[in-house]
Design a protein around this ligand. Structure first.
Ligand SMILES: Nc1ncnc2c1ncn2[C@@H]1O[C@H](COP(=O)(O)OP(=O)(O)OP(=O)(O)O)[C@@H](O)[C@H]1O
Ligand SMILES: [Mg+2]
Length: 305
């Protein structure tokens, strides 16, 4: 029931309907009221702040959200809207409904895309299910389908794979298409040790390639017994380092500090440390080293300047 008396929203006691009822005669909403509404919607519909900030117009983008929760919110707003006593509030609620609808449409489109791929994928063999990606084998290729694909990172991964293969006299066949990365398949012949990875890292460095997340799952042992990289996401060359996208630079630093440094042989640690220092200097205030726990930085022998 809409109440005509102007009242304050009570985050603990109000529902979305009663809170909006208190503002039914308002011609605008203060920042404070909007913030309170955000809190109420967050707990009543279990919608994350990030998504709510999109709906309430504070942000232009949104991340993950639950389809059902947003649908519920839309439905309730549609019921509440006719109870508003002035066009200003009516318009406001309309705007929120439209924004929430944009989110739902976006999700439907994304699901359609995945659906289209599924028929094709039925012929692909899943060879790895990672936390962030599915790796399929299809003919002589692997196809990497990442959950949250970033186009710049994907293009970097493809470019590095091609550069690496080119440097080894192989065809540059990796490509990025329709949110998928395609790379030559390498038959995997056996388990890897840290020592294998160290030797592979040395061989890579001989050709000018470095790998920030050097660990067994990012390499395979070929039928000839050679250990080669298969994950080029955080592979870089000395010359590219400063020109890399900041997101990739940050990932390089984080990966090296958290895991990568362990598989780097002593003879190469100096070079890697120099690269991390170079990125740190380049990113200045944005360098991840500013925030990394000192226990980790001292273990990896790097520090923020
Ligand atoms: N080109 C390839 N040829 C053969 N196997 C591959 C290839 N690329 C990836 N794989 C297989 O998939 C696994 C994971 O690959 P990759 O590291 O690229 O994916 P990821 O999503 O980063 O997974 P993780 O987080 O486990 O490293 C590899 O350990 C390997 O077994
Ligand atoms: Mg990997």
């Amino acid at each position: 029931m809409i109440c005509a008396v102007k009242q304050r929203i009570d985050v603990q006691a109000d529902t979305l309907q009663s809170a909006l009822g208190k503002k039914a005669y308002n011609y605008s909403l203060s920042y404070k009221s909007l913030h309170k509404l955000e809190k109420i919607v967050n707990s009543q519909y279990d919608i994350r702040t990030n998504a709510l900030q999109f709906i309430f117009g504070k942000k232009n983008t949104f991340k993950g959200f639950d389809h059902n929760n947003i649908s519920r919110l839309i439905k309730d707003l549609q019921v509440i809207k006719p109870e508003m006593s002035n066009p200003a509030m009516d318009n406001k609620i309309d705007g929120w409904i439209n924004k929430a609808q944009v989110m739902l449409d976006h999700k439907v489109q994304a699901q359609e895309k995945i659906k289209n791929l599924t028929a094709e994928e039925a012929n692909w063999l899943v060879i790895h299910k990672g936390s962030n990606a599915f790796i399929y084998k299809h003919e002589d290729f692997v196809i990497k389908k990442q959950k949250n694909i970033n186009e710049i990172s994907a293009q970097h991964e493809v470019a590095m794979c091609n550069k690496y293969n080119h440097a080894h006299g192989r065809e540059a066949e990796a490509l990025y298409k329709r949110n998928l990365i395609q790379m030559p398949y390498i038959e995997n012949k056996g388990a890897l040790t840290t020592h294998d990875i160290q030797k592979a890292v040395v061989k890579m460095a001989e050709k000018g390639f470095f790998m920030a997340d050097a660990r067994p799952s990012n390499f395979v042992k070929t039928t000839k017994g050679e250990v080669v990289p298969v994950d080029f996401r955080l592979v870089y060359t000395n010359r590219d380092l400063n020109n890399l996208d900041a997101k990739i630079q940050k990932e390089i630093v984080n990966a090296y500090v958290n895991v990568g440094y362990r598989c780097i042989p002593a003879a190469l640690k100096g070079a890697y440390r120099m690269h991390i220092a170079q990125i740190d200097k380049h990113l200045k205030q944005d360098s991840p080293l500013r925030y990394v726990n000192t226990m980790l930085t001292s273990r990896a022998s790097v520090k923020h300047i």
